[in-house]
Write a new protein. Structure first.
Length: 126
């Protein structure tokens, strides 16, 4: 049993080294319409009722690696036809390509970090 725990711990520690986060600096920047539309399309594609999806409070940040972060709030209807309420949205974009996005608490944290001026990004976003 102790051997299994030791092996599991070793595996976890070795895999944690596979994550390469890169520090970047951020600064507020005007949002580009092409980026906003790309993020909206990506998010709507994930929703049960894409036509009901609403966005508000857009902010954009340029990153020192030339990517950009877009933050907003998103609301959409649930399966019962009622709106669920606005939740935070984070998206990392390069041109009009959405590299990664998050919603809810993870998005709130990422957007707060982007607004702070210092940010860590995954080298290979998924």
């Amino acid at each position: 049993m102790k051997l299994q725990i030791a092996l599991a711990a070793t595996l976890i520690m070795s895999l944690s080294g596979c994550v390469n986060d890169t520090p970047v600096t951020t600064k507020p920047t005007p949002i580009l319409n092409s980026e906003r539309l790309a993020v909206e399309a990506k998010i709507k594609d994930q929703m049960r009722d894409p036509e009901s999806t609403r966005f508000r409070g857009w902010q954009a940040f340029s990153l020192s690696n030339s990517d950009r972060v877009l933050c907003a709030e998103v609301n959409s209807k649930n399966g019962f036809g009622g709106y669920v309420g606005y939740v935070p949205l984070y998206a990392r974009v390069r041109g009009s390509s959405v590299l990664a996005f998050k919603t809810d608490v993870a998005a709130q944290i990422a957007c707060q970090q982007a607004a702070s001026g210092d940010f860590m990004i995954a080298s290979n976003p998924v």
